[in-house]
Design a binder for this molecule. Structure first.
Ligand code: NAD
Ligand code: ZN
Length: 352
């Protein structure tokens, strides 16, 4: 009998680019689920994998299918799976934790020491089908639209960061209004923040920051962003810094805007080690500094479901391009230009 095949966007060699390949449809193991991908979205990480930077060269082992932001329909379930059935609408936490390292045993699986990421360490969702372990499956509430369900992974990063401390009635700065910074603005707004400032070098993204609910979207190349935020907060500085750029200048400015006793939640990933004024920016300020990684399993998923199903988040300004998988080269060059929104792929062709 001929093996059933599917199309998949694969990194075939350790170099820039990717290829659309025909590969066998995988079979789920006893505790796995085969999901038919309805919509998948491109993350900045996929752009790194596509472009083949230093990080990709050290982490990715071609040939592999990439992509880790998606939603889809359960197609087949393994023999031990009872919590979902074919036809269910799902997404998934793509960080697969080991369950037995110390952080996992201490209730912190989001910082598992042996994490494997689907779409990075194993075949991902830029394909007609993807295999997901059952404990990583997240059933989607029917009130949540398909295009929102496709971006729960980065939305979860934003929700995790914003809700990592007090946020209601707090003045907030988001440094870096990329997709995740933009979502963080919407989440902070929905959760009752007072003033929200964004700093962003890209004019298109500054526009979006306003649409997502920022009071001021500041260009650090044009204005003294620290002086402006101090002025607007009567010299106090913001209560909360949400660092979402990974840019050393933005990180430095963010800490200068933070009030003594404030919270700095750092999600952005700098390329290189960053020099830091630990004495003035953290110690004398009595600042609380948190690293934020991934999404809490599964508290963040519950929180974002509640925000979405009750219509608290308007993420529409983020969406523009909806493309078939075949147009991957256009998608990646659009994303590289910095002008694209959250680009959605439809590997099975169906678009709503
Ligand atoms: P992105 O690269 O699209 O967004 C970063 C934004 O910062 C861009 O819009 C860029 O123009 C802006 N920026 C650059 N220099 C700036 C400056 N000096 N001042 C203000 N803004 C500046 O990335 P994204 O997908 O939105 O992700 C945000 C960050 O979070 C990235 O660094 C990403 O690597 C990181 N990330 C971390 C995790 C985690 O678990 N910790 C998960 C996903 C992404
Ligand atoms: Zn672990």
């Amino acid at each position: 009998m001929a093996v059933a095949t599917m199309k998949a966007l694969r990194k075939m060699r350790p170099e820039r680019g990717a290829q659309l390949e025909s590969v066998p449809i995988p079979t789920p193991g006893p505790t796995e689920v085969l999901v038919r991908v309805r919509a998948a979205s491109i993350c900045g990480t996929d752009l790194h994998i596509y472009g083949w930077d230093r990080w990709s060269a050290s982490r990715i082992h071609p040939p592999m299918t990439f992509g880790h932001e998606f939603c889809g329909t359960v197609d087949k379930v393994g023999s031990e799976v009872t919590s979902v059935k074919p036809g269910d609408f799902v997404s998934a936490e793509m960080h697969v934790n080991c369950g037995h390292c110390r952080p996992c045993r201490m209730g912190q699986p989001h910082v598992c020491q042996n994490v494997k990421i689907i779409g990075i360490d194993k075949d991902g969702c830029f394909a007609e089908f993807v295999i997901i372990p059952i404990r990583n499956i997240w059933k989607i509430d029917p009130a949540i639209p398909e295009h929102y369900a496709a971006i729960l992974d980065p939305l979860g990063n934003a929700v995790h960061t914003v809700l990592a401390g007090e946020i209601a009635a707090r003045n907030v700065v988001v440094t870096g209004a990329g997709p995740i910074g933009l979502m963080a603005i919407a989440v902070a707004r929905a959760c009752g923040s007072a003033m929200i400032f964004a700093t962003e070098v890209n004019p298109h993204r500054r526009e979006l920051a306003k649409k997502m609910g920022a009071d001021e979207a500041l260009d650090p190349n044009q204005v003294d962003v620290v002086a402006r935020v101090l002025e607007a907060t009567d010299g106090a500085g913001v209560d909360v810094l949400l660092e979402m750029s990974g840019n050393p200048t933005a990180i430095h400015q963010g800490f200068q805007m933070l009030r003594p006793g404030g919270r700095a939640s750092l999600l952005g990933i700098p390329k290189d080690p960053v020099t830091f004024d630990l004495v003035n920016d953290v110690i004398f300020k009595g600042a609380t500094v948190q690293g934020i990684y991934g999404r809490k399993m599964f508290e963040t998923w519950v929180q974002m479901t509640e925000l979405l199903k009750h219509g608290r988040l308007n993420l529409e300004p983020l969406f523009k391009e909806r493309l078939p998988l075949e147009q991957f080269a256009d998608a990646f060059s659009l994303l590289e230009s910095g002008e694209a929104g959250k680009i959605l792929f439809y590997p099975n062709g169906s678009q709503k």
